[in-house]
Write a protein that binds this ligand. Structure first.
Ligand code: X90
Length: 278
């Protein structure tokens, strides 16, 4: 069996700390007619600055089925992981790719995970898949473990602006407007359907961090794994990490910079936090 994990680039993870073969397929960001491909080497500071100064508008697009197929090539025990199907076509694209790949390689096994999420929670799902593969688990057992794991993984996010989400029709303009007021931050969660759900409106950076942490606890966090993905905001990510470690010194907490797609939508300062409830 040749194992492979393929994720779309909204996981913000280009390399995996594992022997398992891992690759990403890029989402793309179009700003003022220039395409930015979300792959290693993309400078997110430049991307975010271009987007903030944009005059003619911007948009994003998901990977094509062919890009997924190219990433599957050569493997026969494959897990694909996508950003939530509630906000992107990436999942459907990956399903089409799976069907085409299985037609050409009937002996292969391919499972596409709709993360119903993105960023930090996707990283956790990928890590769990790698664990299953490292332990040589039978394909069907691994599928079950991942489905079960998804009931214990969660996503919270804090945003200073929802402009790009609103402009691209991923959140209602009314919600974006409230969150856009000066000094107001939006604390949300991934809903069961994989869409944006408002948890709180917070005033100021400090309040946002304490509300995020108490929302994590309310959701069931007990000192397990946390993956804090941030958009050009290492300071806030580090503060949240230290708040968690103060209460749970043994917790597995890591901060990770967003790559292109998540930087574009989370905008400057945003955080996309995955955590479990074990
Ligand atoms: O297909 C495409 O063009 C990509 C569209 C992606 C749209 C939303 C990305 C959101 C990224 C913002 C906060 C996290 C929300 C997660 C809710 C499930 C980051």
């Amino acid at each position: 069996m040749t194992y492979r994990i393929v994720s779309d680039s909204s996981s913000n993870i280009f390399t995996l700390n594992s022997e398992i073969s891992y690759t990403t397929v890029p989402l793309k960001i179009l700003v003022d007619g220039v395409e930015y491909v979300d792959e290693p080497g993309l400078d997110t500071e430049v991307l975010v600055a271009k987007m903030e100064a944009s005059q003619w508008g911007s948009s994003t697009s998901c990977p094509s089925p062919q890009e997924w197929i190219n990433a599957f090539d050569g493997a026969d025990y494959i897990f694909g992981v996508t950003i939530t199907s509630g906000l992107s076509g990436s999942y459907n694209s990956a399903l089409t790719a799976r069907d085409m790949y299985l037609e050409a390689h009937p002996e292969a096994k391919v499972y596409i995970v709709d993360s119903l999420s993105t960023g930090g929670e996707m990283e956790m799902i990928i890590e769990k898949i790698a664990e299953c593969m490292e332990n040589d688990l039978p394909f069907e057992e691994a599928v079950q473990i991942i489905q079960e794991y998804q009931t214990h993984s969660h996503l919270l996010f804090t945003l200073e602006s929802l402009n790009n989400l609103a402009k691209n029709g991923r959140v209602s303009p009314a919600v974006a407007k409230v969150a856009g007021l000066l000094g107001i931050r939006f604390l949300g969660r991934a809903s069961e359907e994989g869409t944006l759900q408002q948890a709180h409106i917070c005033r100021g950076a400090k309040k946002t961090l304490t509300s995020t942490y108490s929302e994590m606890i309310k959701t069931g966090y007990k000192g397990g794994k946390v993956r804090i993905h941030h958009s050009l905001n290492p300071a806030a990510a580090e503060k949240l990490k230290n708040m968690i470690l103060a209460d749970f010194p043994g917790a597995d907490v890591r901060t990770v910079p967003c790559t292109g797609l998540c930087s574009y939508y989370a905008e400057r300062g945003g955080m996309i936090i995955g955590f479990d409830d074990f």
